[in-house]
Design a binder for this molecule. Structure first.
Ligand code: NAD
Length: 373
């Protein structure tokens, strides 16, 4: 079957869905791989590298393909050019883009959403949310270190001792833990907080101090956090305020699946930080953990520079593409049978992430959103 790797069309998207070193995995399954010219250019991968790896270069790869792989979902124009019955694999934020889901349904595409891959151990190799969160978490720590005009590590020199920077990380999921690990490797003293009790042990295992606010846990289904009540949010803010005020750098990564990111830090809390402080809000794009943070911009709040994250994983397009491509190849492998693409929708993983097929919306929450009850 023909697999197309398309050029990403969304602004700021520098990742690519397949890297040359993984082309062989798909051809070994009996597929042909074609890339659109320049598909990897923004991730610094040339067409020649894909050619050497056994892929073809075809300006019309999308229209010829049985399966189209991308990072961002295909745009409406690309959806119209899909071959009848084509499959697509990409991120597909169904709640934000219900119109696009309807388009995919109407052209009869079988569309898979990487963010809907169930988080079960068998699907770990396909977990693109985790792989991209890892990149984003690392990037957040490095951005904080770069913006802070002081050392992260302790320095003991003949000219005196320079104390280490104090970093506070809020939200210790995949991205937060990676931010903690990175800040620790750079030598900062790190304190971190998460509403899930299991996170405390993980925070400590990274060499950081787990902040205990003595509040009830908010563990929801599937190991995810639950939304806070207003009272709890206010109390959490109040209890976190002294930690935020004492931090040189604050990194926030908190999220609740299917909801806007929780507001954890008020503008007043940022205003209480010392001159030269730095705030990095990974959640700025999805509502923001920090009041006043703007996605894709650095704003000044009180004495602090506040960096709002925007498509942060794409800021390291090489490694982010490599990891994403591994996830995509694992998913495509699961749906490949004797050189054909035959997704078995009785498989929990494929059923979980298949949004449209045969002119219908299969993902029930999305169907309700698009078509109503
Ligand atoms: P996420 O991106 O949804 O959220 C990031 C973090 O924010 C979470 O740790 C969450 O608890 C935290 N958070 C939410 N509200 C908060 C608040 N008010 N204050 C402070 N922190 C808050 O989460 P994620 O990184 O995708 O993963 C979360 C969990 O899922 C982790 O336990 C992780 O180990 C688990 N996980 C499991 C698998 C798997 O089984 N395959 C894969 C990935 C992650």
């Amino acid at each position: 079957m023909r697999i197309a790797v398309v050029r990403e069309t969304r602004e700021g998207e520098a990742r690519v869905a397949l890297v040359p070193e993984l082309v062989g995995k798909l051809t070994a399954l009996g597929h042909d791989v074609d890339i659109e010219p320049g598909a990897g250019r923004r991730a610094l991968i040339s067409d020649e590298e894909y050619l050497e790896a056994g892929a073809g270069v075809d300006p019309d790869a999308l229209a010829h393909a049985d399966l189209v792989v991308s990072v961002q979902p295909p745009n409406p124009e690309q959806v119209r050019r899909l071959r009848e019955g084509a499959l697509t694999v990409s991120f597909l934020p169904t709640t934000q883009e219900p119109g696009l889901v309807a388009d995919l349904r109407d052209v009869g595409a079988t569309a898979f959403a990487m963010e809907l891959v169930p988080r079960i151990s068998r699907a770990q190799s396909m977990d693109a949310l985790s792989s991209q969160a890892l990149v984003a978490g690392y990037r957040c720590a490095v951005v904080a270190a770069g913006m802070l005009r002081r050392f992260f590590p302790l320095n003991m020199t003949a000219a005196g001792t320079v104390p280490p920077a104090e970093v506070v990380v809020l939200g210790a999921g995949v991205a937060g833990l990676q931010a903690i690990a990175t800040a620790r490797r750079l030598g900062a003293v790190v304190k971190a907080y998460d509403v899930r009790p299991a996170a405390a042990e993980e925070i400590r295992s990274m060499g950081a101090q787990a902040i205990d606010l003595d509040l009830p846990a908010l563990e929801g289904a599937g190991g995810y956090a639950r939304e806070m009540t207003e009272d709890r949010a206010a109390l959490q803010m109040q209890l976190l305020a002294p930690y935020v005020a004492a931090a040189d750098a604050l990194i926030t990564t908190a999220a609740v699946p299917g909801r806007a990111a929780p507001l954890l830090v008020s503008a007043a809390m940022v205003e209480a930080m010392r001159p030269g402080s730095v705030v990095v809000d990974l959640a700025a794009e999805s509502g923001g953990n920090v009041e006043g943070a703007v996605a894709g911009e650095v704003v000044r709040i009180g004495n602090a520079q506040v960096w709002g994250g925007r498509n942060v994983a794409a800021q390291m397009p090489g490694p982010a593409s490599r990891l994403y491509a591994q996830n995509v190849v694992a998913l495509v492998t699961l749906m490949s049978v004797d050189g054909t693409l035959a997704p078995d929708l009785d498989d929990e993983i494929l059923a979980g992430c298949c949004v449209t097929r045969g002119g219908r919306i299969l993902h029930e929450p999305t169907r309700l959103l698009v078509e109503g009850a």
